[in-house]
Design a protein around this ligand. Structure first.
Ligand code: NAD
Length: 301
């Protein structure tokens, strides 16, 4: 890489991801709307720009890590209110990597517009949460041309450990939505089983140990146990802080429902999970880790 990397969006995920690129010795030109995030990035060795356009100037690879589809479309294509997007100001043949979790239509719209202007684009949502972003151990789930995935591999490797090419443009978002819908379902199921067993007098740690060695085993039970105290490293054991917020799970389940509607695919379990997490969020739990869904069961019983 002869020129710098432009990085837009320095929130919970983007901040540590950009810091890992700087730590790897790359020149990272960053921008965020929030001054505090720019200050933290500067302390982590990034070069702060005064605008998004300045951050991507002269870069042959640019990364965005923004909340939702409207932000990604607004950044690259413009927001329709006179603020032009950044695609026209990029250097020719720039590789754009959008790591945000967004709807497939927005990812495809930006990718196709980028191609028309002579750029390359991959959708590359991540799994692994803030801890994975800090540790540089994220999983990247990529949609786009295989050659563009290979071009991105060295840079993604500074931020993640598992890099998957899911298929063509938009496939990264589709795979991410399928994964997170399944995650929501097995977390809710795990919470339901634990709440039932404890209500009937079992110890949560004993029951978890039994199910982990039986046919009910799953990632939520074994690696992210929702019952406080069963697993020291899990958010449940620190008041459900510092994990994957319930409101983000609700957002991802909404994206999965949109995908199912588009595909005319039945997702009854996903829809039920969405209702449960949405109800939980509406009771003021949106900022807590999603495994706190177990409190909904404990209150209901
Ligand atoms: P966040 O809200 O913490 O950060 C988003 C950042 O983007 C903010 O700092 C905001 O100021 C900035 N921003 C918004 N619009 C901008 C613009 N036009 N120009 C410059 N900066 C702009 O969100 P996050 O937790 O970092 O999540 C980012 C994405 O990653 C989301 O799509 C989320 O669903 C996904 N994700 C999050 C997690 C997680 O655990 N937090 C895990 C996996 C995936």
């Amino acid at each position: 890489m002869t020129t710098g990397i432009g990085f837009i969006g320095l929130g919970n995920m983007g901040g540590p991801m950009a810091a890992n690129l700087a730590k790897a010795g790359l020149r990272v030109q960053v921008f965020d709307l929030l001054p505090d995030h720019l200050i933290a990035a500067r302390q982590a060795g990034c070069h702060c720009a005064a605008s998004a356009a300045e951050a991507v100037a002269g870069c042959e690879l640019v990364i965005s890590m923004l909340p939702a589809g409207e932000h990604v479309v607004g950044l690259w294509l413009g927001d329709g209110s006179g603020n032009g997007g950044l695609l026209p100001v990029l250097a020719p043949n720039t590789l754009i990597i959008d790591c945000s979790t967004i709807d497939v239509a927005s990812a495809r719209a930006v990718g196709q517009a980028a191609r028309v202007l002579g750029h390359r684009f991959i959708d590359a949502p991540v799994s692994g949460g803030v801890a994975g972003a800090v540790a540089g151990s994220l999983t990247f789930i990529v949609g786009g041309e295989a050659a563009d995935f290979e071009s991105a591999r060295p840079v993604l490797g500074h931020m993640g450990q598992n890099l998957f090419h899911a298929g063509p443009l938009g496939a990264g978002q589709i795979a991410k939505m399928c994964n997170n819908m399944l995650l929501a379902i097995h977390m809710a199921g795990t919470a339901e089983a634990l709440a039932l067993g404890v209500k009937e007098g079992l110890d949560a740690t004993v029951l978890s140990g039994i199910m982990a060695k039986s046919s009910g085993n799953n990632w939520s039970l074994e690696r992210y146990n929702p019952w406080p105290g069963v697993m020291e490293s899990a958010p449940a054991s620190r008041g459900y802080s510092g994990g994957f917020m319930t409101r983000l799970m609700v957002k991802d389940l909404g994206l999965a429902m949109g995908l199912a509607e588009h595909a005319h695919s039945a997702v009854p379990m996903g829809a039920l999970a969405r209702n449960l997490f949405n109800l939980h969020a509406s009771r003021g739990e949106g900022e807590r880790d999603f495994s706190s869904i177990i409190n909904l069961y404990r209150e209901m019983t």
